[in-house]
Design a protein around this ligand. Structure first.
Ligand code: CO
Length: 136
């Protein structure tokens, strides 16, 4: 038996229209504070990470109209956008998903926020949930 591929939940990403309002809500209602903020130009998103134990809630908002998150908000509205799982080796995990017949979005790993290496697995073949493999 091999070691489990998914080590921990890294983050649950939530698409929001107003990042400041969402941050204020999590602060005022749950006392959750921002651990990290980042503008990810390549994805056209701004994110705020709120730490919950060893995982994060990632509030995600688009910075331009052609961002995939902008399209998501337009189509589905606010809500859970994807789940990020920590893996030891993103390239190996991605290959393993492909070998098992999983459909992927990223053919090769790419840089994520916080200096991570990430790859996305397609939601269509994953029971409707966009999955991100995150290597720290
Ligand atoms: Co993510």
């Amino acid at each position: 038996m091999n070691a489990p591929m998914l080590i921990e939940i890294d983050h649950v990403a939530i698409a929001v229209n107003d990042l400041e309002a969402a941050i204020a809500y999590y602060r005022d209602v749950f006392g959750a504070t921002v651990d990290h903020r980042e503008l990810v130009e390549s994805d056209g998103v701004e994110e705020a990470l709120l730490k919950v134990a060893e995982s994060y809630v990632q509030l995600l908002t688009p910075t331009r109209d052609d961002s995939p998150v902008a399209k998501y908000l337009e189509k589905k509205g606010e809500g859970i956008h994807h789940v990020g799982y920590r893996v030891a080796d993103c390239a190996a995990a991605l290959q393993s998903v492909k070998d098992a017949g999983g459909k992927v979005i990223d053919e090769v790993p790419r840089p994520g926020s916080r200096g991570t290496t990430v790859a996305f697995v397609h939601p269509k073949a994953a029971f409707g949930t966009l999955i991100e493999l995150v290597q720290e």
